[in-house]
Design a protein around this ligand. Structure first.
Ligand SMILES: Cc1cc2nc3c(=O)[nH]c(=O)nc-3n(C[C@H](O)[C@H](O)[C@H](O)COP(=O)(O)OP(=O)(O)OC[C@H]3O[C@@H](n4cnc5c(N)ncnc54)[C@H](O)[C@@H]3O)c2cc1C
Length: 471
């Protein structure tokens, strides 16, 4: 990765799903683009800690950007997951009602969904709901069914955008925090970052919970971002088939409520809570938060084996003061595009947000399509997903694929080496985990971490004690 110090057409600040999707979209055009992130890997912010649901789009207020980009993003997901090779399943969702007095709220959601253009919505009676998901709690008295809802690997999706953008010429400058932005005499932006100054004709602010801080470096304050924490419990794969679709409760003004969902990796996920905490760094889980997850999840699904919890985590929603996604060129500072307040459904909307930002960028710079754009990307081959014969063939070609390092998730030395050696490869334990699943299983890396650390140390030429868990 060679970094030009100066002279980019576009600088994207933030390598979460939003920044990476935008970068990938812009890489279709003859532009020089750099993505800057303060962390040492992509997907280190909110994009790594969320519910991983591709929302159908019945929840957002009709006419809002959230509604429009959610539904568009959802409709793009099947094709995109094939093109960029990331895990996505259209597994459906139920919004369950546990109090007969609330049944009209399901109708309201149905109407809102129709107004947003969501296909495949229908109301299920008590009996139909229990038939669809036999593990629903006895108190469930009706549900809204959304057939277009799905589950995705948020790391897989973000990495796919990033790797494809990289293959199409985008520069990734990681461990490079932006500390200030000003305008030069010739109307460019001068970005001062940890690794030096960068100039760009256009800046795209995709800095998640810090998007207000980045905005205020060069624009007049016009919005704030509050960190709303959501806590989760992740259960072992042995619990993953308790439900086959995502089970939501009725949404509140704080969010979509506590859900119970299978993940694309076969686990069961419970959460999130919703607490306005203000602290933009605080992703700690709390006893109170996890107790709430436990108590409320049991209202919608019965028989959740809470003794199968393998880890807990929390993510921070970047809740904007306008109530909607804030995606616009600043009125006074031309060429500065905010992509802010990207809370849920930000993961779902990412590809549609990218198109929307491209259209704004087209009003700032000429966008000429590249003749040699590479639209596809191939992810790491995960051997556990392959039929026996195919797996045996790969092991014959490279015996490292036969050396299992992560026993819980059956990840081999060969796959871990691939994750470290590929372009934009892993440099930390968490980086390997997000790319291969090693350390994501029942023992949470207790067994495989030393071996993964040794491989990272060898690649980086550093003592094993200097290998980091994350950025
Ligand atoms: C609890 C919870 C549940 C959610 N569930 C869902 C869901 O099921 N479905 C869905 O569609 N959406 C969901 N979301 C929303 C979704 O996760 C987010 O909208 C999305 O991940 C936001 O991505 P982002 O790239 O905008 O932000 P981030 O992923 O936070 O990326 C921002 C990046 O900016 C970088 N940065 C910040 N400051 C600087 C700086 N000064 N210099 C350089 N880099 C900087 C950070 O390091 C970070 O990598 C959920 C969110 C939460 C918190």
């Amino acid at each position: 990765m060679t970094e030009k110090i100066t002279g980019y057409d576009i600088a994207v600040i933030g390598a979460g799903v939003t920044g990476c999707a935008v970068a990938r979209e812009l890489s279709r055009y003859e532009l020089s683009v750099i993505v800057l992130d303060r962390e040492s890997d992509v997907c280190e912010g909110t994009s790594k800690a969320n519910s991983a649901i591709v929302h159908a789009g019945f929840d957002a207020k009709p006419g809002s950007l959230k509604a429009k980009l959610n539904v568009r993003g959802n409709s793009m997901m099947t094709e995109l997951s094939k093109e960029l090779d990331f895990p996505f399943m259209r597994s459906g969702a139920l919004v369950v009602c546990t109090d007969e007095a609330d049944l009209p709220k399901l109708e309201e959601l149905l109407e809102r969904g129709k107004a947003n253009g969501v296909p495949g919505l229908r109301i299920l009676s008590r009996e139909e709901a229990h038939e669809t998901e036999p593990a629903l709690a006895d108190g469930v008295c009706g549900a809204l069914y959304a057939g277009t809802s799905g589950i995705v690997c948020p790391f897989g999706m973000t990495l796919a955008f990033a790797e494809n953008a990289l293959a199409n010429g985008v520069v990734f400058s990681l461990s490079n925090a932006v500390n200030g932005i000003s305008r030069t005499d010739d109307g460019r932006f001068l970005i001062s970052a940890d690794k030096g100054d960068i100039t760009a004709k256009c800046v795209i602010n995709a800095a998640g919970v810090y998007a207000d801080k980045i905005h205020n470096m060069v624009c007049e304050p016009s919005f704030t971002i509050n960190a709303r924490r959501g806590e989760y419990m992740l259960l072992d794969r042995s619990a993953g088939s308790l439900v086959k679709s995502t089970v939501f409760q009725l949404p509140t003004k704080m969010g979509k409520g506590i859900l119970v969902t299978p993940t694309v990796h076969g686990n069961l996920l419970l959460g999130p809570t919703a607490d306005d905490i203000g602290d933009k760094e605080n992703t700690a889980t709390t006893r109170g938060g996890l107790d709430t997850v436990r108590k409320i999840s049991a209202l919608s699904v019965k028989g959740i084996p809470y003794n199968q919890v393998i880890t807990s985590f929390a993510g921070l929603r970047a809740t904007g003061s306008t109530g909607d996604f804030i995606i616009r060129e600043d009125e006074k500072v031309r060429g500065f595009i905010d992509v802010a307040g990207i809370e849920s459904p930000g993961l779902t909307s990412a590809p549609a947000v990218a198109e929307y930002v491209r259209d704004i960028a087209a009003g700032i710079l000429p966008l000429k399509e590249k003749a040699d754009f590479i639209p596809t990307r191939k992810g790491i081959t995960l051997l556990a997903m392959l039929p026996d014969a195919e797996r045996a063939g790969l092991i014959k070609q490279n015996p490292a694929y036969g050396q299992i390092i992560c026993r819980c998730s059956s990840v081999s030395e060969g796959e871990i080496a691939d994750s470290i050696n590929r372009p934009l490869g892993a440099t930390t334990l968490d980086g390997v985990k997000r790319r291969t699943g090693a350390g994501m299983g029942r023992c949470q890396g207790g067994f495989c971490s030393p071996k993964v650390m040794a491989m990272l140390a060898e690649k980086q030429g550093i003592p094993i004690a200097e290998v980091k868990k994350n950025g």
